[in-house]
Design a protein around this ligand. Structure first.
Ligand code: AMP
Length: 220
C-alpha cells in the first residue's frame, strides 16, 4: 500500500505530466495519469475507451464515475508512494480522492499538492507545438524535439498532434481549469499542503526545484 501521495496540478501544457514522470522515475513511485490511462483505453478499443473517446476529442471532462476504477487501481500497487497527474479535476473527484485517502492511507502519511503554474499565453504557445507518440512519449518541437524529424525517439513511430491540442479545444480546457482549479487548490492551500512551482523555467530546473522542496519537507 502506498504511503505518500503527491498530486500534480497545473493547466494543460504546464508540463505537470513531464514533471510527474521525472519525479516518479527518480524516486521509483507509481504514477497515475488519468489522461494517459484514458488514451490507452481509447487506443485499445475497450468499452471504457469507447465511452471516453468523444470527451477526449473535444477536451471535455470524462464523467467522474468512469474514472473511479482507474484511480482505485493505483492504490493496489506496492510502492512507496503514488503520484497523481490530471486527477482530481473537479470537486466531485477531489471528494472521491479524499474519501479514498481516508480509507487507504494513515492520517500521518504525507499528502501534498504541487501546482506547476504557467500563464494562459504560455500554455497556448506550448500546446500548438506539442506532439505525442502512441507509446506515451511527449515532445515539443522547440524545446524537446525528437532526434529524427517526426519520429519517436523511443519506439520510432510517427508522432502526432493530440486532438485536444487544437486551439479551440485548448481554450475550453483552460476555461475548465480556471473554473475548478481555484477551488481544488484552495483546499490544499488551507491544509498547508500546497507547493507552488514556477512552470515557466527549463524542465530540469523545475524538476530540481520540486525535488528540493519535497526533500525540505522530508516527503522524499
Ligand atoms: P490530460 O492528458 O491530463 O490533459 O487529459 C486529456 C483528456 O483526458 C482531458 O481533456 C479529459 O477529456 C480526459 N481526462 C483526463 N483526466 C481526467 C479527469 N481527472 N477527469 C475527467 N476527464 C479527464
Amino acid at each position: 500500500m502506498p504511503k505518500t501521495i503527491i498530486i500534480f496540478f497545473g493547466p494543460p501544457g504546464s508540463g505537470k505530466g513531464t514533471q510527474a514522470d521525472l519525479l516518479a522515475k527518480k524516486i521509483g513511485w507509481k504514477k497515475i495519469s488519468t489522461g494517459d490511462l484514458l488514451r490507452a483505453e481509447v487506443a485499445a478499443g475497450t468499452d471504457l475507451g469507447k465511452l471516453a473517446a468523444k470527451y477526449l476529442k473535444t477536451g471535455k471532462l470524462v464523467p467522474d464515475k468512469l474514472l473511479i476504477n482507474l484511480v482505485d487501481h493505483g492504490f493496489k500497487v506496492k510502492s512507496g508512494g503514488v503520484i497523481f497527474d490530471g486527477y482530481p479535476r473537479n470537486s466531485r473527484q477531489q471528494k472521491d480522492l479524499l474519501a479514498m485517502l481516508e480509507r487507504k492511507v494513515k492520517k500521518s502519511d504525507p499528502v501534498y499538492a504541487i501546482e506547476v503554474s504557467v500563464s494562459d499565453e504560455e500554455v497556448k504557445r506550448r500546446l500548438g507545438l506539442r506532439r505525442m507518440c502512441a507509446c506515451g512519449a511527449v515532445y515539443h518541437l522547440t524545446y524537446n524535439s525528437p532526434i529524427n524529424d517526426g519520429l519517436c525517439d523511443i519506439c520510432g513511430r510517427k508522432i502526432f498532434t493530440r486532438n485536444d491540442d487544437q486551439p479551440e479545444v485548448i481554450d475550453r480546457r483552460l476555461r475548465i481549469y480556471h473554473r475548478t482549479g481555484k477551488v481544488l487548490l484552495g483546499y490544499w492551500q488551507k491544509q498547508g499542503k500546497l507547493i507552488r512551482i514556477n512552470g515557466e523555467q527549463p524542465i530540469k530546473k523545475i524538476h530540481e526545484e520540486i525535488v528540493e522542496r519535497l526533500k525540505g519537507l522530508r516527503v522524499i
